[in-house]
Design a protein around this ligand. Structure first.
Ligand code: MN
Length: 262
């Protein structure tokens, strides 16, 4: 692949879990196996579920934590935009987003700040890859293990460094909730869909007596579609899924046009 820095691959790291997230340190280790020219620009606070949102209604603030390590008081898309337009002297050769704490499988990708940061990179014409570590229910909170991502990360990325990426496409990688030694391998699969039973809305009363609502994510059992990212993870494999930003449903173009034909 082309190098932006005299032969050394320049990599931008970002995420949606925030500049202090454990998964970002895991990603630094993974990227460190590929290059020494690493830049980080991530949201200052967790932005999981932010999707591809761009902050328009208020200013964002930039903080330099160390050389080449920045946070932005905005979304993952804001962070990538700041890195590309303000911080980096030249565009990176590669953008890595993650390693997200939790799955970005099936329709998750439309909610995901992790995947959206990679979409932003893809729109800018930069090779972009999202990485997520699925966790088992018993490993909630601080118990989430990034073992599989840590052990397999560089191995998954290397073949992607010079693979052809179509314009405005990216690659979405999910690691199964297993110790690295128990991971069965790598599957290239399509994006699946969860059953639409997700999204429990939990209701409570705040300390001042007002009701609040909190969207829950977990505990929905479903049967993953064949040869999908969801199935690969259920089978103990790493899921590698190419995604594209062109959402057009080609098969409907002709029939829909006929509805407007004079
Ligand atoms: Mn997240």
């Amino acid at each position: 692949m082309e190098r932006g820095n005299g032969g050394l691959m320049r990599i931008l790291l970002t995420n949606d879990d925030g500049i202090g997230a454990p998964g970002l340190y895991v990603l630094e280790k993974i990227a460190g196996a590929l290059s020494d020219d690493i830049w980080i620009c991530a949201p200052s606070e967790e932005q999981s579920g932010a999707g591809h949102s761009l902050t328009l209604t208020r200013p964002v603030r930039l903080r330099e934590h160390a050389p080449r390590r920045y946070s932005v008081t905005g979304t993952p898309t804001d962070a990538v935009t700041m890195a590309l337009k303000k911080l980096m002297p030249a565009p990176p050769d590669l953008i890595l987003s993650g390693v997200n704490r939790g799955a970005n499988l099936g329709d998750d990708v439309t909610y995901s700040g992790t995947v959206s940061a990679a979409f932003e990179g893809a729109l800018a014409g930069i090779r972009s890859i999202a990485l997520s570590q699925v966790y088992a229910r018993e490993g909630l909170g601080h118990g989430v293990s990034f073992d599989a991502a840590e052990e397999w990360g560089a191995r998954v990325l290397r073949p992607l460094l010079d693979a052809p990426f179509a314009p405005r496409s990216l690659v979405n990688v999910n690691f199964p909730p297993l110790p690295g030694a128990e991971v069965k391998g790598i599957r290239v699969v399509r994006q699946g869909f969860h059953d639409y039973a997700r999204g429990s809305v939990i209701e409570g009363i705040d300390p001042r007596g007002f009701p609040y609502y909190w969207f829950g994510l977990h505990g929905i059992e479903h049967t993953p579609g064949h040869a999908t990212d969801l199935e690969a993870i259920a089978d103990g494999f790493i899921a590698v899924t190419p995604l594209q930003l062109d959402f057009t449903h080609d098969a409907s173009l002709a029939s829909l046009s006929q509805r407007y034909a004079p």
